[in-house]
Design a protein around this ligand. Sequence first.
Ligand code: G
Ligand code: G
Ligand code: MN
Ligand code: NA
Length: 265
Amino acid sequence: RYIDIDESGQPLLPELVLHYQPIMDLASQNITGFEALSRWQHPTKGFMNPGQFIAMAEETGLIIPLGWWILREACRQMRHWQKKFPDLTDITMSVNLASRQFTMPDLTSSIQLILEETKLSPRNLKLEITESTIMDTGEKVTKVLNKLRSLGIRLAIDDFGTGYSSLNYLYQFPINTLKIDRSFVSKMMIYPHHVPLNKGDDSTEIVRTIVDLAHNLGMDVTAEGVETTEQCNYLHEMGCEYGQGYYFSKPLSPDAATAILAEMS
Ligand code: G
Ligand code: G
Ligand code: MN
Ligand code: NA
């Protein structure tokens, strides 16, 4: 079996749950998708931050079975929502792929099995791979990305702007979306409300440059960490297509996300 979990489909860690953060179309203000984010409610230690336990799971190798469970659960949830709300044909589920998952030799066949098992169409799945994972993977990265795209899955580069992208590579990659890291979004000094003290304090031109770069390479853009109306409007004016952040919604429990979808349809 490709996933090391018991037959009931329960995760290795019963306290692991997925929450779902809406990703909004900045023009229509509709939900275009969700990002699945892992949450670990430890029975005695309380809430554990995914930044910590994902890094630990990467070190120990546990990320492999855990990552497959996360992917399958997110696909299952999206398929469930599509059955419940038949209008949701274009909505996408974004799932983070850890570096160790991305470099697995059976990556594409395992993903294909999960899609077949959950009956989710590949066009409704978007994999988020960080800029550093993509740039650190070496020669075979283009082949892996092309294979994933040929299945019909969509691809996003996560945390864009924090790593060191080679533009020579970037333009060859079959990427659909650049996700601008939230550190750049939060440091946009938007006139006339914020006047930067020093030139380096204002990331507005970095954000504009990333948006233009993405469009010139045929990619669309999602801004992370949108927290204010001003950021939302300004990003939309710059041509950024999608936004995600506390301004729209925090990551939601499955029930809370279901309630929002019910309201929409
Ligand atoms: O949800 P939160 O902002 O606390 O997440 C912190 C970090 O953990 C983010 O970088 C996010 O991408 C990562 N993360 C959350 N869930 C997952 C997951 O299911 N898989 C992987 N690989 N990373 C995740
Ligand atoms: O690295 P990644 O993009 O996967 O991280 C997503 C993380 O960002 C999640 O842990 C989520 O909780 C967090 N997040 C989502 N929206 C916001 C926001 O508006 N502000 C801040 N500070 N964090 C956010
Ligand atoms: Mn992400
Ligand atoms: Na990010």
